[in-house]
Design a protein around this ligand. Sequence first.
Ligand code: ATP
Ligand code: MG
Length: 448
Amino acid sequence: MDASLSLPRVYPRQEHGISRSQINDNALKVMYRLRKAGYQAYLVGGCVRDLLLGREPKDFDVVTDAHPDQIKAVFRNCRLIGRRFRLAHVHFGREVIEVATFRALSTDEDDGSENGDRLTKNGRILRDNIYGTIEEDAWRRDFTVNALYYNIQDFSVVDYVGGMDDHKAGSLRLIGDPEQRYREDAVRMLRAVRFATKLGFVIHPACAEPLPRLAPLLAEIPAARLFDEVVKLFLSGYALQNFEQLRHYDLFHQLFPLTDEALSLQGEGYPLTFVAKALKNTDARVAENQPVAPYFLFAALLWEPVRIQAEAAIASGMHEIVAYQEAAADVTDEQADYTAYPRAISLAMRDVWQLQPRFNYRLGSRPLRLLSHPRFRAAYDFLLLRAETGSAEPELAEWWTQFQAADEAGQKAMAAGQKTGSTAASRKKRKPRRRGPSSRKSDVATDA
Ligand code: ATP
Ligand code: MG
């Protein structure tokens, strides 16, 4: 074993709040078993950080000085994964505990590069797969509060980087020189925002200062990795705050340049309200453990560029259905250079956009056909959001709400242009329909 270069601060059991009852049983089993086989075993990273805050961690990551083959020899229910850097997965039914060997050097977890120099000329890390000591393992991590180790041997917390003090102060601080750490891996800039909002921590001034300046480094990050980060930023319950912080640090532009330009075109008017409302709804759903769909979120974030392009085409004479189809295709394509989404997501998001102008056609067979479209529900939710924030007539949304609730006869009557039918919908008290000048255009042009 390597001799350590510096002594860690060790916080014994009585000086921190982590108790074994908060720790996943299988993670405990894994650590005890490693210990019994003569190896070290610690919890590290997000789980230690979250346990110190009294929060339930997403997952429990174990680190050890045992090498992957040695880990495999200790557990029957163990599989080694990863080519570039091997990790052990210990299986307990459907649950998996990830066990990693201490690694040296700072790292770029998901870069996916297989070879090449370790650093590019800009200082970006491309490759690292060297086992190390616990101390080296600590220094390669990103934020001090992510580099705390819970030692199963004596239940202490081991701190090489001052993470405990930062944790107490609510300060999110990179280990080492901030600019260098961002240059090694620009995704750390997004992680800074994500952890600060999630934990309610303040980004240390020295780590906040370089953000707007270094934001363009995100252009070097593979678009597929940025997609993953965007999903974490916007689907984990802090979407609105992350949106505001990303804009504040000029990071948003690197992820959604089309949206950012569209928003600045409009000043602080309704498009911003639309995006903010969509993000707020997403956060509320996450808080209630309701499912949230990435495609809906992307559809909301990119709606304004789609709308602007489509409306410009309509103004120069294109049919609105075609205009929205073309704008949807173009924006999807362009955005894929920044956040490479899976095909299912781009198709679903395009459906949501393309169905928007179809809501304008309320006569004849078209409303029923729209109702049976597999993406109707999402498109309707999207319409509601537009109506709430001024980019669609509230009356239009209301019509569709009633149309869905109506029985067959009622739907027929509504599609025949009657205000009410002899239906459940008609029995509800309704405000008289207001005939706004802008909302009528499409009804005139229906195929009825
Ligand atoms: P979350 O609760 O979001 O999972 P986490 O801290 O567990 O937070 P992960 O992305 O799961 O974050 O990474 C686990 C640990 O690996 C981090 O706590 C950090 O120590 C280290 N790590 C992850 N990504 C990086 C990176 N880009 N650079 C350096 N260290 C990293
Ligand atoms: Mg994690």
